[in-house]
Ligand binder design. Structure first.
Ligand code: SAH
Length: 510
């Protein structure tokens, strides 16, 4: 057997924030047949895989050890020999305290083609996101990356801390050192480091749950103990830490330090998650609902056959638009088959999806609700005897349809998807929510609100968990929340995500 077409990519996944993953990494993940990843790799990255990609977790699990290194290497070799495109994803950079070198050596020895893709290593991210420049013209002309992880039982190098304490004009960036912080700092001082040298710890760099503590070589260990910071963290020692106070931008963002739970489908959540993370929040995704494509075939075929006879097509969700065009274009291959059909939709997100096909939305209400959409359509004065397609899910949009029919329109419903509740009882993020709670929980749809109420028991917060403020995107969602007995803290005047986020910031600042 030859090993001709198989290849292994040793890929850095960056420090955590998704925006810090390289284009090359994303491209390779999307092409992989097999993805092997460990602890500290953002779970969102796994979703970039193509369907059918085999995903293997080899990191630590609560109560279990990581898969031994030899086994990981054997797995990479085996899959590549089977002709697979294997992506070996590692936190940060694969060659910085990541054992990527060992894996590459094994691959080289076995004659397996491989490529190494660098990533943003934790020390660089911690510096950038805590406002600690790693070098400085006047105070630091060198940077040293060190590991503080020392296990006397393992045959690994022991760091001679005292010799590093003697270095002048240097920034030390110490990985894996939290377990020995006090010892490390004492040794550095014993080696000649001025105990007044500024020093800091940055935990979970680049993520919404980033925390940092700054002091001096003499005080840092005590401060860290008080604050409860632990791994994963980078310890910085050097004059450059002085800049932290002046240029730390990330920890001053409006939602920094805030935990915000969001509740739509995984796909719909991503836009909201990105917006919240950009504002510094730690986001907990609780996908309470799931949208599944479900096309009522007969009515779809009938409607397509007579498309020319309709005046309006009405969309109440971006998913509806996506599913409609997926199947429409399969049938017609030419957008002009839509003829003179006019487009109406409920709100901005849906409009954006329609416009992505270079089609104009002619009717959209100010307030994003089915009722306002019907009013806006009626206000066009075009409904008398007009034929309208209303694209729906399994939740049938009765109010909208009834209002249109009352205005003498002829309405055909076209079901293209179903909205289903998910079960979060075994979901790790939901578990984090139950244990620690959140500062706020945002609802952007009635169905998510209903699903939350239905799962109230399994989502019940622990005794000392933080009780979240409840934010609702608009009147319909609020109605469902109220019906299920939830107290709403805020609802923006306009039902859109940006308005919801503004209201969130204002209410958390209170
Ligand atoms: N290859 C990785 C390092 C792996 S060793 C890289 O290049 O970053 C694991 C250590 O990296 C952790 O113990 C911690 O010291 C550091 N680390 C990883 N991610 C981090 C993060 N987001 N914030 C702070 N430290 C991090």
């Amino acid at each position: 057997m030859s090993s001709s077409s198989g290849i292994v990519y040793l890929v850095g996944a960056g420090p955590g924030d998704l925006g810090l993953v390289t284009f090359r990494a994303k491209e390779l993940i999307a092409q992989a047949d097999v993805l092997v990843y460990d602890y500290l790799v953002h779970p969102e990255l796994i979703k970039w895989c193509q369907p059918g990609c085999e995903v293997v977790y080899v990191g630590k699990k609560a109560g279990f050890h990581a898969v031994p290194q030899e086994e990981i290497e054997a797995l990479l070799v085996k899959q590549a020999k089977a002709g697979k495109k294997v992506v070996r994803l590692k936190g940060g950079d694969p060659l910085v305290f990541g054992r990527g070198g060992e894996e590459a050596r094994t691959l080289a020895k076995d004659g397996i083609p491989f490529e190494i893709v660098p990533g943003v290593t934790a020390a660089l991210a911690a510096g950038a996101y805590a406002g600690i420049p790693l070098t400085h013209r006047n105070t630091s002309s060198s940077v040293v990356f060190l590991t503080g992880h020392e296990d006397p039982k393992k045959h690994e190098l022991q760091t001679d801390w005292r010799s590093f304490g003697a270095l002048k004009n240097t920034t030390l960036a110490i990985y894996m050192g939290m377990g020995h912080l006090k010892f490390i700092l004492e040794e550095l001082v014993a080696g000649g480091l001025n105990p007044q040298t500024p020093a800091a710890v940055v935990q979970w760099a680049s993520l919404g749950r980033q925390r940092s503590v700054a002091g001096t070589a003499a005080t840092l260990a005590g401060l860290v103990e008080q604050s409860g910071l632990a791994a994963p963290a980078i310890i910085f020692v050097g004059e450059v830490v002085r800049d932290h106070e002046a240029i730390d931008w990330f920890e001053h963002l409006p939602l920094f330090g805030r935990r915000v739970a969001i509740t739509r489908t995984r796909d719909q959540n991503s836009e909201l998650r990105e917006k919240l993370e950009t504002l510094g929040a730690e986001v907990l995704e609780l996908p309470l609902i799931e949208i599944k494509k479900y096309v009522e075939k007969d009515s779809f075929v009938e409607i397509l056959a007579e498309l020319g006879g309709y005046d309006w097509i009405v969309f109440t969700s971006a998913n509806g638009v996506r599913y409609f065009f997926e199947d429409f274009l399969k049938g017609f291959r030419d957008i002009r088959a839509l003829g003179l059909l006019r487009f109406a939709c409920v709100g901005k997100a849906t409009a954006k999806e329609i416009e992505s096909y270079h089609l104009k939305v002619e009717c959209m209400p100010d307030a994003a609700s089915g009722e306002s959409l019907a009013d806006a359509l009626i206000a066009t004065g075009s409904l008398d005897s007009a034929k309208i397609i209303v694209v729906t899910g399994n939740l049938n949009r009765d109010t909208l349809v009834k209002k249109l029919e009352a205005a003498r329109a002829i309405v055909d419903r076209l079901q293209l998807y179903t909205t289903e509740k998910t079960d979060l009882s075994a979901d790790p993020v939901a578990d984090d929510f139950r244990q620690k709670g959140a500062d706020a929980i945002l609802f952007a749809s009635s169905s998510a609100a209903q699903s939350f109420a239905d799962q109230a028991k399994s989502l019940k917060l622990a005794k000392d968990a933080k009780r979240p403020l409840v934010g609702s995107i608009g009147p319909q969602t609020s109605e469902t929340l109220k019906k299920t007995g939830m107290e709403i803290a805020f609802e923006p005047k306009k039902a859109n995500l940006d308005a919801l986020i503004d209201a969130l910031i204002r209410n958390l600042a209170k």
